[in-house]
Write a protein that binds this ligand. Structure first.
Ligand code: HEM
Length: 258
């Protein structure tokens, strides 16, 4: 989607760039593993992961005051995916494809050598983003585990995801490469934010559960915190980097821009 000879021209230290790539790789891997786990065990993935949670709470000498209701909570979490296998598969498979392909779109090496791949992959990513989001809205709005806090997060961040992708597509069709890049970074941040949520949730579990905060509230808080952290980091990256796009008219033909 972006121009083949466009470069970042801001003197960003290579070590910083490497750290950001590492973070993206780590978060994408976590998201892909979580989605693969749910795809493989749609009916009981949360239940299977429960021993890890117990070990974590033990390691931090934490008690769960809701232990007696735990089995019912897990059944509720797993049951929604078990009861809606098609929507579950649609969501997690589209999510896996998005997390596999989207980071590659930011590689100038790939754009410079395989612009055709970047364009077709970009078009495919738009489709997977819409599929993942609509399936996510299905769970978040019709079957929310975390109640209104989850519903609000899903509408807000799901809407942000689709808006960012739509603006990025319109931008590249108008050959506004810098704008396209900025909004694709925001879209990727929303997708990677799902993984940050998974890292934040155990932390909030350890910190809050013992003092009587229930699992549904913790889930809702994790959604907002994880997404806010990742999108905040993306905004810092956008603000601290600039993008120079040489004459688009020369190297991007209007008929082939995505
Ligand atoms: C594009 C990358 C995405 C990936 C890899 C991904 C991955 C996942 C996974 C693995 C689950 C199952 C969670 C579990 O096993 O407990 C899930 C659930 C869910 N996802 Fe996504 N997702 C993505 C995007 C989105 C987006 C953009 C939205 C917003 C609309 C969304 C909303 C949801 C909702 C509401 C649930 C159910 C949460 C619950 O109540 O338990 N996802 N997602």
């Amino acid at each position: 989607m972006t121009n083949e000879s466009a470069t970042r021209d801001d003197g960003t230290p290579p070590a910083f760039v490497a750290c950001v790539w590492f973070g993206v790789f780590l978060l994408a891997t976590i998201g892909i593993l979580a989605a693969t786990g749910r795809a493989a065990f749609p009916a009981d993935f949360a239940t299977r992961a429960e021993p890890w949670r117990e070990q974590l709470l033990r390691a931090f000498h934490r008690e769960d005051p809701f232990m007696l209701q735990r089995a019912a909570e897990l059944e509720l979490v797993d049951g929604r995916f078990a009861g809606h296998p098609f929507a579950t598969l649609l969501h997690v498979l589209a999510g896996i494809v998005f997390l596999l392909l989207a980071p590659l779109q930011f590689s100038s090496w790939i754009r410079n050598r395989h612009l055709g791949f970047h364009r077709w992959s970009g078009r495919f990513l738009v489709v997977t983003a819409f599929v993942a989001t609509f399936a996510g809205l299905y769970f978040g709005l019709l079957l929310p585990y975390g109640g209104p806090l989850e519903m609000a997060a899903i509408v807000f961040f799901g809407g942000m995801f689709l808006t960012a992708i739509s603006i990025a597509v319109v931008a590249i069709r108008r050959r506004q490469v810098a704008r396209h890049r900025k909004w694709m970074i925001r879209a990727l941040a929303v997708a990677l934010g799902i993984s940050t949520v998974r890292m934040v949730a155990p932390v909030l579990d350890v910190v809050l559960t013992q003092s009587g905060v229930g699992p549904r509230l913790i889930f809702g808080l994790s959604l907002w915190t994880g997404w806010a952290i990742t999108i905040g980091a993306a905004e810092l990256w956008i603000a601290s980097t600039r993008f120079r796009a040489p004459s688009l008219a020369v190297s991007v033909s209007p008929s082939t821009t995505a």
